[in-house]
Design a protein around this ligand. Structure first.
Ligand code: NAD
Length: 285
């Protein structure tokens, strides 16, 4: 099986830019795709130089030479053919809409070499949902990163029954080569490992506070002190930002929607959106 050298990342939003930069920082050549000149120009001129600064400040072994070298390994594209022409692996990090991802993989299948492995970074879709559109189900799987890839460096790897075991292993190894801790999943599971654990925890915490059993700080104290965890669930809400858990709750059952309404009324509507806004369950000013 051909060694992975050339990587293509589709989408330069929150996750795509991080995946592309982390991969380039790890020594790979990375072609980055986005929809038009304006978006790709912003990625080149603002997002990636910003990530280089973040790496300098936050990544232990980073120095000016390394972060500049990573920037030089990136190339920028607005057509799939030039973005994927040499790709050994493509990682798709486009918006979370099935039809959009299907379109992207169908286009990529026309222009990428036969050897190219296709991965999706989708958080909520199963790779089986997307596989038929790829035209290469044996070379398609999910590789799911966490926000702030340089710090929270898991890569959950999840195939379909049709994914070739050799391709799966190659992506696990590639995950290691780009500084991730690969988490191989034995079969498909919505939410992977992380969200299968985190979503119920956050929801249970909201249930305790919304039902007035205990206040958020007490809930966090119990979780930290009694389990040794570094953060309590409400501190985790603040790190993620409250909008994402709210959206997940509102797509759940009546009980979940009640918790979503509580979150909105008491926090989101008051501008308490989490750490990034300076206020959430805690104040950060
Ligand atoms: P985002 O909205 O920040 O970025 C999406 C990018 O895709 C943008 O650059 C946009 O211009 C581009 N795009 C739009 N239409 C496109 C098209 N037709 N073809 C190609 N690119 C297009 O989204 P994000 O938060 O980076 O999420 C991207 C994917 O990563 C989603 O599948 C999401 O589930 C997953 N994910 C997100 C997070 C997170 O914390 N944000 C974490 C893990 C996984």
């Amino acid at each position: 099986m051909a060694e992975i050298k050339q990587v293509t990342v589709i989408g330069t939003g929150v996750l795509g830019s991080q995946i592309a930069y982390q991969t380039a920082y790890s020594g790979f050549t990375v072609a980055v795709y986005d929809i038009n000149d304006e978006v790709i120009g912003k990625a080149r001129d603002v997002t990636f130089p910003g990530l280089a600064k973040t790496y300098l400040a936050e990544v232990k072994d980073a120095d000016q030479e390394k972060v500049d070298a990573a920037l030089k390994r990136l190339s920028f594209h607005t057509d799939y053919a030039s973005a994927a022409a040499e790709a050994d692996i493509v990682i798709e990090a486009a918006p979370e809409k099935l039809e959009l991802k299907e379109q992207i993989f169908a286009e990529l299948n026309k222009v990428a070499p036969e050897r190219t492995i296709f991965c999706t970074n989708s958080s909520t879709l199963l790779p089986s949902d997307i596989a038929p559109s790829t035209g290469r189900s044996d070379r398609f799987l999910a590789m799911h990163f966490a926000n702030r890839v340089w710090q929270f460096n898991t890569a959950e790897i999840m195939g379909t029954p049709e994914t070739s075991p050799e391709v799966f292993e190659q992506v696990v190894e590639f995950g290691r080569q780009i500084g991730m801790v690969p988490i191989p999943m034995h079969k498909e599971k919505a939410g992977y490992v992380l969200n299968s654990l985190l979503v119920p925890l956050l929801s249970a915490a909201a249930g305790l506070a919304a039902g007035d059993y205990a206040d958020p700080k007490s809930v966090d104290d119990v979780w930290r002190i009694a389990t040794g965890a570094p953060l309590g669930p409400f501190q985790i809400y603040d790190v993620i930002g409250l909008n994402t858990p709210y959206n997940i709750m509102m797509s759940g059952d009546a009980e979940q929607q009640k918790l979503g309404a509580w979150l909105k009324e008491n926090y989101i509507d008051k501008g308490r959106l989490g750490m990034a806004s300076g206020h959430g369950f805690y104040d950060y000013t």
